[in-house]
Design a binder for this molecule. Sequence first.
Ligand code: URA
Length: 433
Amino acid sequence: MRFVDIINKKRYNQELTDQEIQFFVDGVTDGSIPDYQSSALLMAIVLNGMNERETAYLAKAMMNSGDVIDLTSIEGIKADKHSTGGVGDKTSMALGPLVAACGLKVAKMSGRGLGHTGGTLDKLESIEGFNCYLTEEEFKKQVAEVGIAIIGQTGDLVPADKKLYALRDVTGTVESIPLIASSIMSKKLASGSDTILLDVKYGEGAFMHTIEDATKLAEAMISIGNSLGRNTMAMITDMNQPLGNTIGNAIEIREAIETLRGHGPKDFTELCMQAAEIMLMQGKVAENKEEARKMLEEVVASGKAFETFKEMVRAQGGNVDMIENPELLPQSKFKTEIKSKESGNVKVLHSERLGVLAMQLGAGRETKEQDVNHAVGIELACKRGDKVNEGDTICIVYHDEELKPQWIDELYHAFELTDEEVAPQPIIEKVLS
Ligand code: URA
C-alpha cells in the first residue's frame, strides 16, 4: 500500500477502507509515515469529511494504538462522562460522587487545563496531598472499593492521538467533526467504561459555537460509541455564560462541595442532577428519571454524596479537613469586589473573556509548562437574567498580584447589561441518544 494513494483517494472525496485507515494509524503510531504525509491526509479529511463507518473505524484503530484499560474485574456498571470543556466546568467533582453514591462505578481519567478552560486535575490538586497519578491497579482497586477515582491518564493510552493532535494543532486541521469525534472517543473507549455520557457545550466559551455544530459533533460521537458496543448518550449544554458562579481551582472545589451538600448554584446543580439522572438510567441503576431524581435527592440530603467525595479524596491522599472546612483550601492574598457602573439586567456574560482573565490571574496556563495558582480566580455575583443596580458587586476577584487596569477594563466588558427583560435559557438544550 502506498500512502500517497490513500491521500489522493480522500483528496478526490472517496471512501477509505478499514485497511487504509489502519495503515494510516499504524504508520502514525510507529513513525513510518512522515508528518508531511499525515498532514496532507488530515487536510483532505477536513475538506472532504468521513462517513460514519470511516469515523468509527478511525476511532477504533486509534483506541487500539496503545494500552486499553480493562475494567471487567470491577463488579457493576462502570460509567464515564466527558465534557468538551468550558469555563467554570467543575462537573466531574460533583457529578462523579453523586452517581457513585447511588451505586455506579466511576472510573474517570481527566485532563489539565490549557487556555481559557480549566482542567479537573488542576482543580483537584488544590486539595493538599491529592494524588492524581495512581497506577492502573491502584485505580481499579479504588473504583471497586470507594466507587470512584478521578486520575490523570495512566499507561500509554492512544499514542496515535497524541501525535495526530499535536500535528493538527499546527496544520490548521483541528476543526473537523470526524477528527474531533474520533480523537475524543478513542480516549473514552480506551479508558474502558461501559457507558459514556458526553456533555457537548455550545456557545462563546466552547469548541462548538452553535447548537447545530454541537449536535453534529454529539451525533458523530454517539455513533462511534454505540457502534463499538458502549451505551453512549450526549447532552447539548449552554456555554454562553460560565457554569456556576466560580472560575478557578480552589474556588471551584468549594462550589462542587456546596453542590454536593445541596447548596450549589442553580444552573450547575441542575446540570449535575440531569446528567446524573441520565447516567443512572444508562447504568440501569434507575428505570426512569423520576426514580433517578429521588435517589439523587436522597444521597444529597443524607450526606452520602458528600461522604463519597470525601472518601475519594482520602483514598487519593488528599487532606480531608480541607473538604470539611473549605476555608482551609488555598486562599489568595487579595480579594477585590468589582462594582457595576450602571443598572440593568445581565444580558451577556462573556465566558471566554472571563476564562482568559482567570488564566491571566494565574488560575490557568497559556503553555503546557506553566504552573497554576490554586488560590486565584473569579466569583460571579450575578448571572444572565439577574437585575443589577449601579454600585452592586458584579464579581469578586481573588488575586495574588495587583490587578492590572486592563484586566479591570476587560472584566467590565465581560458583563453586558440591558434595560429589557432577559429571557431564561435552559442549561441543557437537548439530550441525544
Ligand atoms: N479534544 C480532543 O481530545 N480532541 C480534539 O480533537 C478536540 C478536542
